[in-house]
Each structure stands twice: as structure tokens, then as C-alpha cells.
Design a protein around this ligand. Structure first.
Ligand code: ATP
Ligand code: MG
Length: 352
């Protein structure tokens, strides 16, 4: 376009002689300034200088055409000089403006980048804070229940010992023998509950042994067959046989999975499907346990793993809190997703 402009201006300029249209001829000579400024504006310093040199070359025949007229000679030299000056100055100015703009754009980009980083780190901070708060709550509650459980267990032991001794005085066919049996059974049950609390308060550190996760899952399902059958729950298994044996605490993991599976069955009192899935991804063990039960309302989802959160009449609310601890002690993670109106899927990830 610049070349075109130069060509058109030259063509008109040279086709008009200096005669009657002398004024017009002079004005047209000045028109070279238009492509010079455009060149400088579009291409900076280089553009301005290049176009002004081109214009000067195109204009240079004037120097020879009027060489006998001293006034016009000087005038033409000045014109040439002006072309170069305008090209150079406009070029420098536009170059400066362009550099400035580039610097602004770069600064803007850096600002965007650091804003993104800041946001990422704030998110991590929030997550960590939530985890810390949960851990804090757990440990405070843990200490409290540890003290309490300890206080209860000792007298409970004495009670049981005394009942054992009394038992010898009654033969099985006596009416009171049944009461002795009730005492024994109930104190055993109490002891079991206290044991649970203690286990939660002073969590056992995992003892890692070669463990087949699929076998652990199978045994949990076997243990809950009765409950599942009573509720009319069908079980679907998708266990990845290639996982093999991994370093895990089998007893603790069974307990963790059992809590999730029991919850799932309890959430389907009128039947449904329990799906248990295992797999390995990037050296991380993944177990998914899903049900088609009543689901979890959004407002409860955050509280699920808090100790003593329960919506059940006879629940302790410790099941998932214990599970959370166990998975955490395995350096793993537990997550739950529950679409409204659908049963939840619990996902356990453990690096192995
Ligand atoms: N699969 C599930 N579907 C629907 N709600 C669930 C499910 N799993 C857990 N919940 C909810 O989470 C709460 C806490 O579960 P958690 O296992 O910790 O305690 P719990 O089952 O109430 O008591 P416990 O385990 O001592 O019997 C439950 O009361 C229930 O409201
Ligand atoms: Mg439970």
C-alpha cells in the first residue's frame, strides 16, 4: 500500500508540469509526507526511514531538473531534508510509543500470572486450614474420650470380674443364672464400645505388611452378607486382580472399608445396589464404594468425617471419623461425591 501511494503520488506529480499548474505541482510534492508518516506509524523507525528514502529518491530528479534556478535548488534540497527528518522523527516517536505499549502488555501479563499464582496458593491455604481445624477438633475430642474411656474401663473390669465369681454360685438351670448371663453380655458390649472410643482417641499407627486389598474387600463383603441380604441389597464387584500384594495395614483397612460398606447398606433399607471397585493408577491404590441409597444432602457432606456427626438414632457418628483417620495414617485421601437424589460414591486413594 505504501509503495502504491508513492507510485500514485509520483505519477500525478510528474505528469503535471510546472507550467500553469505550478502551484498544484508544488503541493503534490508535499504529499510524499503522507506515506512517510504512515510508514513510520506502522513500522516504526525502520518504516519511516525506508519510506522517506524512497520518497527522496523519487523526488531527486527535481534536483537536476531545476539546477539552473538557485532558488528552486535550495527549496528542493530543503524538501528532501524535510522528508528524511519527518520520517526519522515520526519513526522514533512511534517506536517509543510501541515499546511503551509492549512494556505495558508484558507487565499486564506478569500481573495476571502472579494473580493466578496468588489465587492457587490461597486455595491451598484454605484447604490446609480446613484440614488443620479438623485435626485439631479430632485431637481435642480424642484426648477427652481417651480419658473418659480409661476411667470407665477400670470399674467395668471390676464389675465383670465380680460377675464371673458370682456366676459360680448359680447352676445353669436356676432362674437367676440368666441375669448373670445378661450382666456378662452387657458388660462385654460396654467394653467393646469403650474399646472403640479408645481406638479412635489413640489411633493405632498402621503396621505395614504385604496385603491383598481385594481379599480385604472380599472379607468385608462376606462379613456384611447377612445385613445386605436382609435389606435386599445386591452387590456388584469390580476388583482389579493385577493390584497384587501391597504394603498396608490389613486390619485397619478392613475396619475402614467395613465402616463405609455398613453405612452404604444402612442407606438402602429398601434394597439397592452396592458397588465395590478397586484399581491401581500411577502407583496409587483406588477403592470406590458406591450405593444407590438415600444420598447425602449437600449441607451434611462437610460434616461426614467429623466425629459424632450422625443422622441415625443409634449411630455413634464415629464410623467415618475412624475411617478418615485410618486412611490419613496411610498417607491416603478419602473423598465423597453425591449427586442430589443419588447415592454417594466414596473414593479412597492410598499411595503404594
Ligand atoms: N452411604 C451413605 N449414604 C447416606 N448417608 C451416609 C452414608 N454414609 C454416611 N452417611 C451419613 O454420614 C453420617 C456419619 O456416618 P458415620 O459412619 O460416621 O456414623 P453413623 O453411621 O451415623 O454411626 P456408626 O457408624 O457409629 O453406626 C451418617 O449418620 C449418615 O447420615
Ligand atoms: Mg456408620
Amino acid at each position: 500500500m505504501l509503495a502504491g501511494l508513492l507510485a500514485v503520488i509520483s505519477l500525478i506529480h510528474y505528469s503535471l508540469g510546472r507550467g500553469a499548474e505550478g502551484m498544484l505541482h508544488g503541493v503534490l510534492g508535499h504529499l510524499y509526507i503522507v506515506p512517510i508518516i504512515l510508514g513510520a506509524y506502522w513500522y516504526g523507525m525502520k518504516g519511516g526511514v525506508t519510506v522517506s528514502i524512497a520518497a527522496a529518491v523519487l523526488f531527486s530528479p527535481h534536483l537536476f531538473l531545476h539546477w539552473h534556478d538557485p532558488y528552486l535548488d535550495v527549496y528542493n534540497y530543503v524538501e528532501l531534508f524535510l522528508f528524511l527528518l519527518i520520517g526519522g522523527v515520526t519513526g522514533v516517536l512511534s517506536q517509543m510509543e510501541r515499546n511503551q505499549r509492549l512494556r505495558y502488555e508484558e507487565a499486564l501479563q506478569r500481573l495476571d500470572e502472579s494473580h493466578r499464582k496468588l489465587k492457587e496458593q490461597t486455595d491451598i491455604l484454605f484447604q490446609t486450614e480446613e484440614q488443620l481445624r479438623r485435626a485439631d477438633r479430632l485431637s481435642a475430642l480424642g484426648e477427652l474420650s481417651a480419658g473418659m474411656a480409661h476411667e470407665i474401663r477400670n470399674p467395668l473390669g471390676s464389675i465383670r470380674g465380680a460377675v464371673e465369681i458370682l456366676k459360680d454360685d448359680y447352676s445353669p438351670d436356676e432362674a437367676k443364672y440368666e441375669f448373670i448371663q445378661i450382666l456378662l453380655k452387657e458388660s462385654d458390649r460396654l467394653n467393646h464400645i469403650v474399646q472403640e472410643f479408645l481406638g479412635f482417641a489413640r489411633p493405632k499407627q498402621p503396621e505395614l505388611h504385604e496385603t491383598d486389598v481385594n481379599e480385604a474387600l472380599e472379607s468385608v463383603l462376606l462379613l456384611t452378607t447377612q445385613e445386605a441380604r436382609k435389606a435386599g441389597v445386591a452387590t456388584e464387584k469390580r476388583l482389579d486382580g493385577s493390584i497384587g500384594k501391597r504394603n498396608l495395614d490389613e486390619g485397619l483397612l478392613k475396619q475402614a472399608f467395613l465402616n463405609i460398606v455398613l453405612n452404604a447398606i444402612q442407606a438402602m433399607p429398601t434394597g439397592g445396589t452396592l458397588t465395590v471397585e478397586s484399581g491401581l493408577r500411577n502407583n496409587t491404590l483406588e477403592v470406590k464404594i458406591a450405593d444407590t441409597g438415600i444420598g447425602i444432602p449437600e449441607e451434611n457432606r462437610k460434616k461426614l468425617f467429623s466425629p459424632f456427626f450422625t443422622t441415625k438414632k443409634n449411630g455413634t457418628g464415629l464410623g467415618l471419623a475412624i475411617t478418615y483417620r485410618i486412611i490419613e495414617n496411610h498417607r491416603g485421601k478419602i473423598d465423597v461425591v453425591s449427586e442430589p437424589g443419588k447415592g454417594p460414591t466414596f473414593t479412597v486413594n492410598i499411595p503404594v
